[in-house]
Design a binder for this molecule. Structure first.
Ligand SMILES: Nc1ncnc2c1ncn2[C@@H]1O[C@H](COP(=O)(O)OP(=O)(O)OP(=O)(O)O)[C@@H](O)[C@H]1O
Ligand SMILES: [Mg+2]
Length: 490
């Protein structure tokens, strides 16, 4: 019965939301314009050499008309909204696309004299704010550092003009406010320029100094918008930053790829959620894995965490690349010495994790990786806090003790010790555990069959790790102090 319950709980845990947010026509249209936008920028503007570009005042009219005809040819069928997108000042607000010379070129094109029926951007009132975004982006972007200071000077010189612009536009903006019109492109671009939401990491024990959110106000407008849209329309961070080599693993929720990071030339693992995380609640749940990894920090026996981001409603996690998981070894005969090494290394990982006030709750061979002969605990997708301040979502029921299936969460650290015991037992058996009721019952009762070829000392230790009573199981520290490990201590 408990096994069934365990599976049910597991199923409960594994159920990530699948409700799809209906993407409105407006959003689709916006994506279209973004694509066109990129096309214009990369396909058309790139034809102008930065080095040879003329200053704004010297843009030859022939150049202007040539560029204009290029623009027209690309966007001949664009509707009025798309024109607005290209010509609006919002176009120049995004760090990704901004080039001050484009602004000058636009002046050269004499856009003001363009009497085509494009509505003027209603968000022009925010010129000052937009300019600040631009300055920041240039200052921060190392690729632009060589001319960012020049640009800043230019902008300061143009300050008066910008102010005048605001004053002239005011009545029009008021009218826009009355109409209640908000440009979707403006929203999209503002959000792209916005930093991602700052969240309190619930796994960090003493988080008082990082509990404030410097972007709380802005975030409230864009928080749910950011994860679903960043990275779309060809702006894939994954594809831009990494070269995918091959898939190296798959779990219930994710696929893991071996990748080469283009900028540093090093190999990493990138874990990508298979389901689209449309709901905020799903995203937050998925983010707990990276929050736990980030809160933990470095340990030799914990898989290294580098980075994470959302892209196309999926969570990507850049991790230390390991050779393979321990489950590969489950089908091989492992010597007692090897068993002791694995046990000792994972006990060290657990001691580290528990000392940080965190329980892993999904220790099993598939979640222990080997790199150059060193074991690393991975997959913190079920990690929770020992003090029960976070929800408990236990992992694979085959490795769970009875108390957790009874929803008794008093000794979550001892849950990990039990799971490590079952993991080692599986390694000694040399075949993966089945979901058979009898086998599961015996394991959860701590009734282990004799393990021929293995020392009584090891068998007794395993028995204590899998004791039905969690208080009688050794802690990770006690495990490490066990005299049996003297045999492998160097
Ligand atoms: N850093 C890594 N290096 C090498 N292989 C990895 C790494 N991370 C994961 N893998 C491989 O990918 C598999 C799936 O990864 P992981 O367990 O993290 O995914 P999951 O979807 O959370 O799994 P689960 O079904 O256990 O919840 C692992 O069993 C392992 O074989
Ligand atoms: Mg896993």
């Amino acid at each position: 019965m408990f096994e069934k319950k365990g599976r049910t709980l597991l199923a409960k845990r594994k159920t990530l939301g699948t409700i799809k947010t209906i993407r409105t026509k407006k959003v689709r249209k916006m994506e279209g314009t973004l694509e066109r936008h990129s096309l214009l920028q990369f396909g058309q503007f790139s034809k102008l050499s930065f080095d040879n570009r003329p200053s704004s005042s010297n843009v030859a009219s022939s150049d202007s008309s040539e560029l204009r005809s290029q623009l027209v040819s690309v966007d001949a069928d664009a509707d009025c909204g798309e024109k607005e997108f290209i010509l609006s000042q919002d176009f120049f607000c995004t760090p990704d696309y901004i080039t001050p010379d484009n602004q000058n070129l636009m002046n050269g094109l004499d856009i003001i004299k363009d009497h085509s029926p494009c509505p003027r951007s209603p968000v022009k009132l925010n010129t000052v704010k937009s300019k600040r975004c631009r300055q920041e982006s240039f200052t921060l972007n190392p690729l632009n550092s060589s001319w960012s200071s020049k640009h800043r000077v230019d902008e300061q010189e143009n300050d008066d003009i910008e102010t005048d612009e605001i004053m002239v536009d005011k009545p029009q903006a008021n009218q826009t406010e009355r109409n209640g019109y908000v440009s979707q492109t403006a929203v999209a671009l503002r959000c792209r320029a916005m930093p991602p939401p700052c969240l309190k990491n619930p796994y960090v024990m003493n988080a008082s100094e990082i509990s404030t959110d410097p972007f709380g106000y802005q975030r409230s407008k864009c928080a749910s918008f950011l994860p679903s849209n960043m990275g779309g329309n060809g702006l894939s961070r994954y594809l831009t930053d990494f070269h995918e080599i091959q898939q190296i693993g798959a779990g219930h929720f994710s696929r893991v790829f071996k990748v080469l990071k283009r900028i540093d030339g090093c190999l990493y693992a990138v874990k990508c959620s298979t389901r689209k995380l449309y709901l905020d609640s799903d995203r937050r749940k998925a983010m707990m894995e990276v929050q736990a990894l980030a809160a933990l920090g470095f340990h030799e026996n914990v898989v290294g965490y580098y980075n994470s981001w959302f892209e196309n409603e999926q969570l990507y996690i850049q991790l230390e690349l390991c050779d393979h998981s321990l489950s590969k070894k489950s089908s091989l005969k492992v010597s007692e010495r090897e068993i002791l090494v694995i046990m000792h290394q994972i006990a060290k990982a657990l001691q580290f994790v528990h000392e940080k006030g965190i329980a892993h709750l999904d220790v099993k061979p598939e979640n222990i990786y080997i790199k150059n002969g060193v074991c690393k605990l991975g997959d913190f997708g079920c990690a929770t806090r020992l003090d029960k301040s976070l929800p408990v979502e236990e992992g694979d029921a085959r490795y769970m003790p009875q108390e957790i299936l009874n929803e008794d969460y008093e000794h979550l650290d001892k849950v990990d010790i039990f799971s490590l015991g079952v993991t080692v037992y599986e390694l000694i058996r040399g075949s993966p555990l089945t979901e058979s009721r009898n086998q599961s019952l015996n394991i959860k009762e701590g009734k282990l069959p004799l393990l021929p070829g293995h020392s009584l000392q090891l068998q007794q230790l395993l028995k204590s790790m899998m004791d039905r009573d969690p208080t009688r199981r050794p802690s990770a520290r006690e495990l490490l102090d066990h005299p049996m490990f003297d045999r492998i201590r160097g």
